[in-house]
Design a protein around this ligand. Structure first.
Ligand code: PEP
Ligand code: MG
Length: 895
């Protein structure tokens, strides 16, 4: 076993290294960065020479504090290799070799682990560097930066100690009036200093080091190197890295590799430059290089934003040969990795070096275009193109966004916790949010943080903004669950709830003022900015079609209105999996009839009230059948507890009593009788249709009459009538008999045959356990995973917000089980359902119509266990189509 793996190409008269000691496949040993450097070497990309110390040593060193003896020898050989290649010598005052020593784990942990640059500088080599580069200023500034980095990372000296010195020097300079032109917005920039002041700073830095660690700053380059290697290994266990691994579930035992590499300098004058370039545009995906560079600069100057970089195309004018070479390299890297690359490069004295190439991060729009284009260019297969787009990206494509023409600057910025852009009036407390939303106002709930008591307000607001909290804070979790835009952790937001005002950036905000939040970027704007519904690009439509040809799961929609049904069809729905009929009763005319039906003292009166509802409901069904011409439509009979339809305030109760010519006390008594302690487990679902068979009769009539009339007009209808909350065989038989009887009557009346199915929801555990018995009578099952999750866990669907954030934090729950199906509990029950049902009735169709039907992770599971279709809200259909195809593909890959 070896510990040190060399990489890098060289131009210094010796040709190039035929192969590195490692390759891309060795990321467990070399880390992502080391494996990348090795791979680039192997394909002939000019990479500054260096070596990677194996990540396997990291954990061993952290445990024992020692290195194996052989490492010393291997590092020496590695150094010899770098020296030979570069023609420079480590610690040599004439041609000093400087090193970068960087961390690099197998899984990228950006900014979490430590690195040190310019290593090898000391009081002598700094002079050598000055001569070599003909730039004293640069040499001293590099030394200054090195002491700072080494001081902080290796010697553990707080950064502020150095910053204090810089501040003081800056003040001295101000006294001697440095020209304004080289001062930049109060930032401490090296360019504010003169060579003399840099020398003074270095002297003071060294004194500080001596004072704090009681030892002089190490002048021996090898001592610097070994101390740094140890410090980089140790940084694996620093607090922020441990926290990062916890959040992203990165295994503790991976360890980091250490990359020791020759420094190249982009700041050796006009012949040098540094830059970052993407092989395609990461914002819109167009196939042209996109990036920027600075002449005579170091990489960090681009990041620091002190000088404005130039667009990459301009490099053609200043360094035409290097530019042409860079373009070739970009293409080569892209072809090799078969994906868009994000490349860091440096030109040192007209010589181009590639420092890093990694998979480019991109917007969802770009992800789609790139996947499509790369397939068309023959780089990737259709299957790979589908796998390149995540469900999250598809979701983001569907959220409303700010119009591109908007050029307004944000007043504040927080974390983008839940995507989409929305405008609304600021309200600082939840009860007010509910009140105003009920009056039809669009509200943005603005809180320092949200908690369980805000859930009601959040259900009514269009978006949320909080001053504190991270991506898994209460507000973020609830917002994503609700699919509403949310910005959290907006540090520039100060709220005075008592006074009902706030400060957003420097802008005072009062309740009622309109703001716009963009949950995709974290930006917050004043006023209502124009947003637009997302449109599908031709590339996205093509990928969706490819996905359709691969997936096995059918994708239906949950839709209660003809409008939603048409929208869903546009998104590719293959039918309706759940039409919740209760939603049709909430209009002002209908609710009155519904209330009369509920309060009717006799069955006759109830029938009369139902007669009023029948034509309305029939019309709805007709329109839905029309919108879904040729596709199945599953309509569910009435489900929710009746009290949800009844008035709560005195005036409305009085009005209702008067209209029904009933004594007000009688009405009040019925209302209070219908109040339940536990309504979700109360008088609801098929229990309603059993106690009041007239309701099921009316609904069945509306369904079949609408179906017959649609058929008369040449529409192809495939109605599926679905009974909710069934827990026993007899409950289902009772309802099915009514439905069949009414269907036969209506078909006889119209002299038309309707091909219909009758099935049941499976949403209580008892139904799951007796699935074989139910399957003997049912044509289909639809898994109501919302209620099934509620009843299997015993968690109230409406109250989980009270403890969910803490449960997630404590990892008692891995995720919200109402969002992503709980495979272990609910999932295993569903598997039982499928097994029992198919055994008893091999022809039975089994679908999922709970929220999980639109959740990508759950869809993978449903595919694996052999569900026939999922049904979800219209906006989630594209995600479901892609996720279903991805599930089928990953199964194929495994087999
Ligand atoms: C369910 O319980 O999963 C379901 C789809 O029905 P509802 O959400 O209407 O209770
Ligand atoms: Mg349900």
């Amino acid at each position: 076993m070896r510990y040190v793996y060399r990489f890098g190409n060289y131009y210094y008269g010796k040709g190039r290294l035929a192969r590195a000691d490692g390759s891309a496949r060795m990321s467990a040993i070399l880390g992502g960065k080391g494996a990348g450097l090795a791979e680039m070497t192997n394909i002939g990309i000019p990479v500054p020479p260096g070596f990677t110390i194996s990540a396997e040593l990291c954990i061993r060193f952290l445990k024992t504090g020692k290195y194996p003896k052989r490492l010393l020898q291997e590092v020496k050989e590695g150094m010899k290799f770098i020296e030979e290649v570069t023609g420079r010598k480590f610690g040599n005052p004439d041609r000093p070799l400087l090193l970068s020593v960087r961390s690099g784990a197998k899984v990228s942990m950006p900014g979490m682990l430590d690195s040190v640059l310019n290593l090898g500088l000391n009081d002598e080599t700094v002079e050598g560097l000055a001569r070599l580069t003909n730039n004293r200023y640069f040499a001293y500034d590099s030394y200054r930066r090195f002491i700072e980095m080494f001081g902080e990372v290796v010697l553990q000296i707080p950064r502020e100690e150095f910053e204090k010195i810089l501040e003081e020097e800056k003040k001295t300079l101000e006294k001697i009036k440095v020209p304004k032109a080289i001062k930049y917005q109060n930032q401490i920039s090296c360019q504010e200093f003169t060579e003399n002041s840099l020398q003074r700073i270095i002297k003071r830095y060294k004194e500080k080091v001596l004072q704090i660690i009681k030892k002089p700053f190490p002048q021996d380059p090898y001592e610097q190197l070994w101390q740094t290697i140890s410090a980089v290994f140790k940084s694996w266990n620093n607090e922020r890295a441990v926290e990062y691994r916890r959040i992203y579930n990165i295994p503790e035992n991976l360890g980091t590799a250490v990359n020791v590499q020759a420094m190249v300098f982009g700041n050796m004058g006009e012949t040098s430059a540094t830059g970052v370039v993407f092989s395609r545009n990461p914002a819109d995906g167009s196939n042209e290089p996109y990036g920027e560079f600075l002449i005579n600069a170091q990489g960090e100057d681009i990041v620091a934003g002190i000088r404005t970089p130039q667009p990459i195309e301009w490099l053609k004018a200043t360094h035409p040969k290097n530019y042409a070479q860079l373009l070739k390299i970009l293409k080569k890297l892209e072809r090799h990795y078969r994906d868009v690359q994000d490349v860091e490069f440096t030109i040192e004295d007209n010589r181009l070096w590639i420092l890093q190439s990694r998979r480019a991060k991109r917007t969802p729009q770009a992800a789609v275009k790139i996947a499509y284009d790369m397939h068309k260019e023959g780089l990737i297969s259709k299957e790979e193109a589908i796998l390149r787009i995540s469900a999250k990206e598809v979701e983001a494509l569907l959220h409303p966004k700010l119009e591109e023409s908007v050029k307004v600057l944000p007043v504040a910025k927080g974390l983008p916790a839940s995507p989409g852009a929305v405008s609304g009036e600021v309200v600082f407390n939840s009860s007010k949010a509910i009140k105003l939303a009920k009056r039809g106002k669009k509200i943005i709930l603005v809180r320092t943080k949200t908690s369980a008591e805000d859930v009601g307000g959040m259900a009514h607001a269009v978006g949320f903004l909080t001053a504190t909290g991270g991506m898994t804070s209460h507000a973020a979790v609830v917002a994503r669950g609700l699919g509403k835009p949310c910005v959290v952790g907006c540090a520039n937001l100060y709220i005075d709830e008592q006074a009902k005002k706030a400060l957003l950036g420097s802008q005072p905000i009062k309740e009622g003022m309109v703001i716009t939040i963009d949950g995709s970027t974290g930006n917050v704007y004043l006023g209502a900015l124009p947003t637009k519904e997302s449109e599908f690009s031709k590339e996205f439509l093509a990928i969706l079609r490819w996905a359709d040809s691969i997936r096995k799961l059918n994708v239906r929609t949950n839709a209660d209105t003809p409008k939603d049904a048409s929208l869903a069809r546009k998104f590719g729905a293959e039918g309706i999996g759940l039409c919740r009929t209760e939603h049709m009763f909430f209009g002002p005319k209908r609710i009155q009839a519904m209330r009369e039906m509920i309060l009717a003292p006799t069955p006759e009166q109830r029938k009369k009230a139902l007669e009023k509802i029948l034509p309305l409901q029939k019309q709805d069904f007709f329109e839905i059948f029309k919108a879904m011409d040729g596709l199945p439509v599953a309509i569910r009979t009435l489900d929710p507890p009746l009290h949800e339809f009844l008035p709560k305030d005195e005036a409305q109760i009085k009005k209702l009593a008067q209209s029904m010519k009933l004594p007000i006390d009688k009405v009040k008594q019925t209302i209070s009788q219908l109040q339940e302690d536990n309504p979700m487990l109360g008088f609801r679902g098929c229990r309603l249709g059993i106690i009041y068979p007239e309701i099921t009769e009316m609904q069945a009539r509306a369904i079949f009459e609408a179906a017959c009339e649609a058929i008369k007009q040449g529409i192809k209808v495939l109605p599926e009538v679905m009974v909710p909350l069934v827990g026993s065989e007899k409950e289902f038989i009772h309802q099915k008999q009514i439905i069949d009887r009414v269907a036969n009557l209506v078909m006889a009346k119209y002299q038309i045959k309707v091909n219909y199915l009758v099935g049941t929801m499976i949403e209580v555990p008892r139904a799951a356990v007796i699935a074989d018995k139910l399957a003997k009578h049912a044509d289909f099952f639809s898994l109501g995973t919302n209620d099934l999750t509620q009843t299997v866990f015993g968690y109230s669907r409406d109250d989980i917000g009270n403890f969910l954030p803490q449960y997630l934090e404590l990892k008692i729950l891995e995720h919200n089980p109402f969002q992503t199906v709980d495979r272990e509990g609910v999932g295993s029950l569903i598997k039982t359902v499928i097994k029992l049902a198919r055994r008893a009735n091999p022809k039975i169709k089994i679908g999922v119509c709970g929220e999980h039907g639109g959740d990508a992770e759950s869809i993978v599971f449903f595919h694996q266990i052999g569900i026939d279709y999922v049904s979800c809200s219209p906006h989630r259909i594209p995600t479901a189509r892609i996720a279903a195809a991805q599930a089928a593909l990953s199964e194929k890959q495994k087999s």
